[in-house]
Ligand binder design. Structure first.
Ligand code: WQD
Length: 337
């Protein structure tokens, strides 16, 4: 059985879907802080398979120990964590408590039950302001906000854990910019109030929720002056985890992989791709840069391709079409009942 923490979230629900389709037995622990159980109901509906769900916070050690007592867990995929950069700046302590302490409890319980295959959801944000692109895994790391610091600290904690006990197999997956949704239109990124990220904002404008997109700066040293990112379809990202799981007892030890497409798209290029994919115009206005933003960030995904046998397959148009289908079919995200 595979334990997926945070499995009810945007990435997690897409991962659980791919895992069930691949025949894995899946257990999810999620405290539903930023999503609804409905996401997992739909995963079961789409796959026709069932998973085991527990609702609690990983900080609750006794409940977590009970899960390890009740199930024979082969590996853990750890996605649970707060992930809003701007929120982390105003609430650092809740980020350190929720992201760091929960991970420490999880690792201690895993160690106690001798479960030592661990896949960690990290982020390209650990590269800070890269000096060049594309980015490879050996690039220097630095954190520029508390959210990024929790990811970097956990990567270093995991390295210390592995150094102390080489029987651990740890794969760190550095996500670039996940967007899109499952083609069924039944699962996707559930809006939590005003979106932080670009694609949810584009789909909100397409829905008529906002009259225009605010573009944060067009004076960056990039192809058209707007920020360039490596957008990756969330289904490709999920499949990257399956490959990491498959290879974790082959590529043993402590390994880090970029999960990106290797292609960068500017804000205006993504807007154009969305308009071409959906036929919906996205009015925008250029405003000042957003504090903390970097100009350009895109991956070199060669290591994941060579060692995991994984490469992103979906195009930027798939990402736009699938994001839009999810948003159109679920104007209020997951309706809870
Ligand atoms: C993308 C580009 C903005 C909104 C963040 C986190 C990262 C990861 C993904 C968790 C930038 C521009 C955005 C808008 C805009 N999250 N933009 N108008 O900042 O690259 O990464 O989300 O792991 O850790 O840092 O993503 O989607 O916020 O921004 O012009 O309304 O779109 O300036 O150039 P980002 P984003």
């Amino acid at each position: 059985m595979i334990l997926v923490t945070g499995g009810a979230g945007f990435i997690g629900s897409h991962l659980c879907l791919e895992m069930l389709n691949e025949g894995h037995d899946v257990i999810v622990v999620d405290h539903l802080f930023s999503t609804k159980k409905e996401s997992l109901n739909r995963v079961e509906e789409i796959t026709g398979k069932t998973l085991t769900f527990y609702r609690f916070n990983l900080l609750d050690r006794s409940k977590l120990e009970q899960v390890f007592k009740n199930h024979s867990i082969e590996a853990v995929v750890h996605l649970a964590g707060f992930k809003a950069v701007s929120e982390s700046v105003s609430l650092p302590l809740s980020y350190y408590n929720n992201n760091l302490n929960a991970t420490l409890v999880l690792l201690e319980v895993m160690s106690h039950f001798n479960v030592k295959n661990f896949i960690f959801s990290s982020s390209a944000t650990v590269y800070g302001k890269p000096t060049s692109n594309p980015i490879t895994e050996d690039f220097p790391t630095s954190a520029i906000n508390p959210y990024g610091r929790t990811k970097l600290m956990i990567e270093e904690i995991l390295h210390d854990v592995w150094t102390s006990d080489l029987t651990w197999n740890i794969s760190i997956l550095r996500y670039f910019n996940p967007i899109g949704a499952h083609p069924s239109g039944k699962i996707g990124e559930s809006p939590n109030g005003i979106p932080n990220n670009l694609m949810p904002f584009i789909t909100d404008v397409a829905m008529g929720q906002y009259k225009e997109l605010v573009v944060f700066g067009d004076n960056y040293p990039t192809i058209d002056g707007t920020g360039v990112r490596d957008y990756i379809h969330v289904v490709d990202l999920a499949r990257g985890h399956l490959k990491a799981l498959e290879k974790i007892t082959v590529e043993k030890g402590y390994n880090i992989y970029n999960l990106g497409t290797g292609e960068g798209y500017s804000v205006l290029q993504l807007v154009q791709a969305f308009e071409e994919s959906t036929g919906i115009p996205i009015p925008y206005k250029i405003m000042a840069r957003r504090p903390g933003d970097i100009a350009e960030c895109y991956s070199d995904p060669t290591k994941a391709e060579n060692q995991l046998g994984w490469r992103a397959e979906k195009t930027i148009y798939d990402m736009c079409k699938d994001s839009w289908r999810w948003r159109q079919d679920n104007p209020e995200g997951y309706t809870s009942f």
